[in-house]
Ligand binder design. Structure first.
Ligand SMILES: [Zn+2]
Ligand SMILES: [Zn+2]
Length: 676
């Protein structure tokens, strides 16, 4: 090898998790940054990406190894893509290689030039949806104003705050049309693409002659590669995807939309725990491309940015067609006969409201955010409860297959015939989940056509679509479900949304629980009265022990702004996000003592930093999962840069701690955690 040059290459090497930077390799060709290569690492051959960093000086005496092959028939990943990945890695405290390789389709990492040529040839099979010329409805006055303001905002991020049913999608569709007309690509992020086949279809109807691809975990590896290539090579004009799609390389980016931007599923819960919403905003700035965030209940972070003038706020308070928002009423469980309040999910006023809908041939939605039949089985004789032997949690009773299942570790057993402790045959379900609620509804309202949507009923492929289809076709009178039914669905016939008992979140130790509950209830309420003709008699009924709680009062008047103002004031007082910046360091070990000992040792290495507080370790609220004890330690800073500097200096030190802590299983850091 004459003329050899040195290249910086990033690789995903979990066993070298302390390796945060690029490695140096020799090459006889100066492959441009963003080129995929095969390189030797230890005894293995791994996929890497040539990185736009200066290759470090090799240590004296260390012989550099050569790049084995380059996938040079693929256009290199663009410089902005590399910059986005580098930022995400440094911000979320992971190695660049892990984030970079995690962001390209797994299939691609295995290909050579010959195999790639075959895949590229097959790209020709992707085609626009085709169909009739689209009909564009005239925008409502509010939509027109929002669009105008969005166009004037240029590349400043915009927050579209529109009530449920105000036609936010119509605004994205027109923003996308602008983008395509300018010869650019649009990236549209949605929280769960499986729940929004309607959105995909609407894009296909409006843009019949444009190539639209999706990117989400439901695709086969081959599909994912094909769609990714179409986006990267600029053939696809519109990319619809879940959080992973924020890393899609686009040669002509023109718009990033983040639909339901408050949704927690935008935050990854493993590996690099990135927020796709926050990265979308960063990416917009990097690529000088507008970002449109949208929600009826924006995250308090985004709302705060709009209040400070960092984001342009676009407001659409009115429902399309003049439909009013449903009336929110509370069933005060304190005033319901005691036995009914404690033991029945279905109080007399709730049953009466459901019965009324049945008579009128209207649909109802009953929301209970807990699946299974009952959260726990209980022996009346000795007090035994169906705990999980491996977790600090109860095993849930599933009646359909008579199993006791742990929703955390998956441990499943058949329901015992008698109490395992005392042999008493009278063991009973305590509390209720969606499965039991469905059964109780069937008993109370014979003749009602029921359906249930939760993680249990929708496991089989196509099951969710089938149930939603029945609901849309009017073949269901009452739909029971978890939060899955609250998101985004456009149920035309629903005039009653009942929420069985959402109180627990009011008293959670997690400061975001209230924000999540409010968003869920507003979303659920938004399912009622979407048909303007029925809107006036649409109702939301919330069964609660605390009807006077400020959160419920804000819900009663559909007043997100009042809710946000009070929450932000509380958070300012308490020094919580968005007024402060947090990171959580989590440790998992064989015993709680070991987990906390590791965290204390980590804390000792932290030293002191101006404006940064490291709190003492505490057990996590779900302390044990699958026989692993879990503890965490909160790091808080008033300013983001201070937190970033602190973490960057501190975390690399922690890799060396493992040797002295044999009981430690793993540790991780979560920057801007969603749940604490
Ligand atoms: Zn017993
Ligand atoms: Zn378990």
């Amino acid at each position: 090898m004459s003329q050899a040059c040195t290249l910086a290459v990033v690789v995903d090497a979990p066993q070298h998790s302390a390796l945060r930077e690029a490695l140096s390799y020799l090459s006889d060709t100066a492959w441009p940054a963003g080129t995929l290569v095969q390189v030797p690492l230890g005894r293995r051959m791994v996929c890497g990406i040539v990185w736009p960093a200066a290759a470090g000086d090799p240590e004296p005496g260390v012989e550099l190894r050569p790049v084995a092959a380059a996938l040079d028939t693929l256009a290199p990943l663009p410089p902005h893509w590399c910059e986005l990945v580098s930022f995400a890695a440094s911000y979320y405290q992971r190695s660049v290689g892990e984030v970079a390789l995690g962001a390209v389709p797994p299939e691609l990492r295995r290909l050579d030039n010959k195999q790639l040529a075959l895949r590229l040839k097959r790209l020709g099979r992707l085609a626009p949806p085709g169909g009739a010329a689209p009909v564009w409805p005239d925008p409502t006055p509010e939509q027109a104003v929002a669009l105008q303001a969005w166009r004037e905002a240029g590349t400043q991020p915009a927050l579209l705050f529109g009530s449920t049913g105000s036609g936010k999608t119509e605004v994205y569709l027109r923003a996308v049309a602008d983008t395509l007309a300018a010869g650019r690509q649009a990236l549209v992020l949605v929280p769960e693409i499986n729940l929004t086949p309607q959105l995909e279809q609407r894009f296909a109807e409006r843009f019949p002659d444009r190539l639209i691809v999706s990117l989400h975990s439901g695709l086969t590896p081959a599909q994912r590669l094909r769609h990714w290539l179409a986006a990267h090579l600029g053939q696809a004009d519109i990319v619809l995807g879940t959080r992973m799609a924020v890393f899609t390389p686009l040669p002509r980016p023109g718009l990033i939309v983040v639909d339901e931007e408050h949704d927690p599923s935008y935050k990854s819960q493993e590996g690099a725990r990135y927020s796709a919403r926050d990265l979308a905003v960063y990416r917009g700035r990097l690529e000088q491309c507008p970002v449109l965030l949208a929600s009826a209940t924006p995250s308090l972070e985004s709302w705060h940015q709009a209040e400070r003038g960092r984001y342009v706020r676009l407001v659409m308070p009115t429902r399309i067609g003049g439909g009013v928002l449903p009336t929110v009423k509370f069933i005060d469980l304190n005033h319901v006969p005691r036995a009914a309040a404690h033991h029945e999910a279905l109080t007399p006023p709730l049953l009466a409201a459901l019965g009324q809908r049945l008579e009128r041939g209207e649909q109802s939605l009953v929301l209970l955010n807990r699946r299974g039949y009952a959260p726990v089985l209980h022996c009346l004789e000795c007090g035994w409860k169906s705990g999980c032997p491996h977790c600090s949690a109860w095993r849930v009773f599933h009646r359909a297959d008579r199993s006791l299942r742990c929703h955390h570790c998956g441990y499943t057993e058949r329901v015992p015939r008698a109490c395992p402790d005392c042999g008493n045959a009278d063991i009973r379900p305590v509390g209720r989940g969606t499965e039991r609620l469905e059964e109780q509804l069937a008993e109370a309202l014979p003749g009602a056509r029921l359906a249930r949507i939760d993680a249990d009923t929708t496991r089989a492929k196509g099951a969710l679509e089938a149930e939603l289809g029945r609901m849309h076709a009017g073949e269901v009178d009452i739909l029971v479900g978890t939060q899955m039914v609250a998101k985004g669905h456009d149920f035309r016939g629903v005039t009653l949304v009942a929420v069985v008992n959402p109180d627990t979140a009011l008293f959670s130790s997690d400061f975001r629980a209230g924000e999540r509950l409010f968003a869920l209830l507003m979303q659920a309420a938004g399912r009622a009265g979407r048909d303007a003709a029925q809107a006036a008699r649409s109702e939301v009924l919330v069964q609660t022990w605390h009807p006077a709680h400020p959160l419920y009062q804000a819900l009663r008047t559909h007043d997100y702004e009042a809710f946000a103002a009070s929450q932000l004031a509380e958070r300012a007082m308490a020094g919580l996000p968005p007024h402060a910046h947090l990171a959580l360091v989590r440790a998992e070990a064989r015993t709680q003592e070991e987990a906390q000992a590791w965290l204390r040792a980590a804390s000792d290495l932290a030293g002191s930093a101006e404006g940064v507080t490291v709190y003492p370790p505490v057990p996590m609220s779900l302390q044990r999962v699958a026989n692993i004890e879990r503890a965490q330690m909160l790091v808080e800073a008033a300013a983001r840069p201070a937190l970033q500097r602190f973490l960057a200096a501190w975390l690399p030190e922690l890799h060396g701690l493992r040797g002295e802590h044999r009981g430690l299983v793993r540790w991780a850091v979560d920057v801007d955690p969603l749940a604490i």
